[in-house]
Structures are given as C-alpha cells and as structure tokens.
Design a protein around this ligand. Structure first.
Ligand code: ASP
Ligand code: MG
Length: 444
C-alpha cells in the first residue's frame, strides 16, 4: 500500500487537481491512501481572517467570501454534474466559518481552540472537492475523516500526536484502510481526546502522511512508500533559479537533508517525515506537474556508503567571529562561554573551529552581543561569504574540492556531510556554476 500526499500547489486549481488524480492513478498502486493539503494560500487566508475578525470583521468576511468564490469555481470546473449538491455542502462550510469568526469578534479574543478550529477548514474543503471530482469521473473512492484516527493533546495550535491512542484507533479500523479504491483524508488536522479540532503546526500535512504510514505499518499493513507530491522534482543539487543545470538527487540520506535544511535550503524538513523513516518506509519527493520526471528518495541510513557530493548551497554573507585566546586562558573554556553567549542571544552557528590559540565561528545572525562582554578586546569580526557542499563521506572528496576552488576561496571546515568554503568576495553565479559542473555527481 502506498500513501500519497499532495501539497497546496498540487490542489490549487481544477487543472492541478486533475494532474494530481492522474499521478494517483499512475503511481498510487491498487489501494492508495491519499492525504491532501488545503488549496494553496487557503490556510494563510483563514489565519488572516481570524486575525482580522477581532477588529475588522467586515474585511475578515470579505476574505472568506473570496475563498468561497475560489473553491466554488474549482468545484464548478471539475464537477459540472454534481456541482449543485456539493456546492450546498461547501456553502454550509463557509457559513460555519463565518459563524465562528463572528463568535471570535463577540468574544473579543482568539482562543487557541478557535484558531485551530477555523484554520482546519482548508483541508476539509480540499478533500470534499477532490472526492466529488473522483466520484464525478467514476473512480472508486471514499473519504476517511482523519479526526477519527489521529488523536493529539489539547495544545490546539501545535498539537502533539498521542501515538499510543492513535495506534489503537488505526488498529480498530484497519478495515477502512483496506477497502478498495482511493482513500482520501485530510493532512494537518486532528482532534484531541474530547473530540475537539486541533492542528499540527504549519506545513503539517507532510507529517500527517508520515504518521499515517507509521501507524498503518504498526497495525500490520504492508506500507511500501510515502510519496510527497509537490511542485518541484524532488531535492535538487542547487537552487535552480541560480543554477539552471541543477538536477534531482535520486537518493539522499535524511541526515544530509537535515543539514541542507539547517543551512537554509528550501527542502522538506526531515523531522516532518521522521515517523516514516523510523518505520523503515521509503519516502519519495515527486513533481505533480512532471510526474514521469526525476524524483528523490530519502533514506534513513545508507548501509553501503560511498563518497559523493550532492549539493551546493550558497549561504551568502555571514558573520565571522575571531577570538584570540590570551596566553593565560583555556581555549575550550572560552569556547564554552562563547557558545553560551551565542545560544542565549539566538545566534545560530554554522561552524565553530577551536584551537589552542584561537576560536573562529560563523553565524547567520548579527553578533553584536559579543561586543558587550568582557571578551570584547580579544574579538574581531568580519563579513565573509560561505558556500556549503553537502554529500556523503565528503572528506574523501576534499582534494577534488580544493582543486576546483575559485581564487580567493578556501575551505574552513569539514564535517560528516558538508564542506564549508569561505571567500571575502561574494561568490559569482559563474563560480558556483563551475563548482557545480565539476563536483556534483548523480549516481542512480
Ligand atoms: N494547509 C496547511 C498549511 O498551509 C498544512 C500544509 O499545507 O501542509 O500550513
Ligand atoms: Mg498548505
């Protein structure tokens, strides 16, 4: 059994919903579970409407009216025959939303419960429209209300899943998931033990699909793959807006994806798919709009590792902090202080190099806090430019990287999955493109 998750852009219009259905029919196997996000932008609009409802209820209602119009248009395009029936349901949902917004205005307060309750409607609407379309074109399908299965604590806006209770719900109802046809369900939303709506935090639909995979597998079902369908062809070797030759990495470790995400690359955060990786379910990231194109498989661990460079990430301008250790002091003790200062100020370190006579560290954020400390006299700082090259067993690739470096660039540190390169000049696109050409491989 496969689980397919479609993100907001994959369900944003009638056309993309048709494409998503095509992906399900071609890549979903016999009996898929399909998890949907809200139509792109919907959750943002709902949250905007919630915030406006306190003092500007008419603007808030205007946002909801526009959302209603958009949803009804998509429905009309997809379901000319069943439009009348489903549109009544959709209108009822929008009436509920407006009632809840008026209640917030009346209360004069946005409680976490009300926030979660209103923001959950995007997924309820998208699944309803998607289901009507599947029915309209005669595809065997059913809707499973995820709120009957995924039980969370009552931290409404960033609820935590109770895996034990949820597992019982899945085990008691595996028959529903084994039914023939497409089983459609909502991402992002859940409910607490008292049946109240909760949400999993922004972008939570990826997490929903991973949790469903985990719990179905623990319920004894054979879960083969989770496919995350989005609008890019998996994880790319560089930012394609800068490096048009960027290509899809066919397989990558979760560890490397974690580093990429830490360094600011716009990739799926591996924590969102952790429950799937822990249950040894393979996760692929695929493009709804180029379904036959390349895609990325994310794996928990590579057993058979070989040296490979996968991506170049331009970190652009960062702050370099240099600390000259006074003769009488211990570098490791000072490093400890420096880390504490950075941590309390929320300075995110990119790399820290400690030796007996100096400490050099790199931060994304401003490092002014260091100049208010007793160390001010020993500190100097400069703006520098960094690139990271990520991969597996990157230290075995060091010489290749050194040979490919542009003038004025040098390596500042290496860890398991990344080599950091520094320059006092901004890296030009030509330089990055050249490095990409010479270094990045892609093995199948
Ligand atoms: N619709 C929700 C959001 O935009 C969840 C998701 O898209 O994954 O945050
Ligand atoms: Mg979304």
């Amino acid at each position: 059994m496969k689980i397919l998750k479609f993100g907001g852009t994959s369900v944003q219009s009638a056309d993309s919903i048709r494409k998503s259905v095509d992906c399900i029919l071609r890549y979903g196997g016999d009996n898929p579970v399909v998890v949907l996000s809200a139509l792109a932008g919907t959750t943002n609009s709902l949250i905007e409407a919630i915030n406006l409802s306190l003092n500007e209820i008419s603007e808030s209602v205007e946002i909801i009216n526009q959302l209603e119009f958009k949803h009804l248009n998509v429905l009309k395009d997809l379901c000319p025959q069943s439009f009348n029936n489903t549109s009544i349901e959709i209108k009822n949902i929008f009436d509920d939303i407006k009632r809840k917004l008026s209640a917030i205005e009346f209360l004069g307060e946005i409680t976490p419960f009300n926030f979660a309750s209103v923001s959950s409607y995007g997924e309820i609407l998208s699944t309803k429209i998607f289901l009507s379309y599947l029915n309209e074109i005669g595809i065997d399908s059913s809707l499973l209300n995820i709120q009957n299965y995924l039980i969370t604590d009552s931290n409404f806006k960033e609820a935590k899943i109770d895996f034990n209770i949820s597992l019982c719900k899945f085990k008691d109802n595996t028959a529903h998931f084994l039914k023939n046809g497409i089983k459609l369900t909502q991402g992002f939303i859940a409910s607490d033990l008292k049946n109240r709506t909760t949400i999993l935090g922004r972008g939570g639909s990826d997490y929903t699909s991973a949790v469903i995979g985990n719990l179905l597998k623990k319920s004894g079902l054979d879960i083969d793959e989770i496919q995350i369908w989005t609008d890019v062809s998996g994880i790319l070797s560089a930012d394609p807006r800068m490096i048009p030759a960027a290509k899809t990495i066919k397989s990558i470790s979760a560890k490397e994806v974690r580093i990429m995400s830490y360094l600011g690359a716009k990739v799926l955060h591996p924590d969102t798919i952790k429950p799937a990786l822990e249950a040894d379910i393979r996760v692929s990231v695929r493009n709804t709009f180029i379904p036959d194109g390349d895609y990325t498989v994310i794996q928990n661990n590579f057993t058979d590792q070989f040296p490979k460079l996968n991506t170049i990430i331009n970190l652009r301008e960062v702050n370099e902090l240099n600390f000259d250790i006074p003769g009488s002091s211990n570098s490791w003790e000072i490093a400890n202080h420096i880390n504490n200062i950075a941590f309390s100020a929320g300075c995110k370190p990119i790399s820290i190099n400690i030796s007996e006579e100096s400490i050099t560290s790199y931060y994304f954020n401003s490092i002014d806090v260091f100049f208010d400390t007793k160390y001010a006299d020993f500190i100097s700082f400069q703006k520098v430019f960094l690139l990271a090259i990520t991969g597996t067993l990157v230290n075995k690739k060091l010489f290749e990287v050194i040979n490919a470096l542009p003038e004025n660039a040098s390596i500042i540190s290496i860890n398991n999955n990344a080599i950091f390169i520094k320059s006092t000049f901004e890296f030009s696109i030509e330089n990055i493109d050249l490095l990409h050409n010479r270094l990045i491989q892609n093995f199948d």
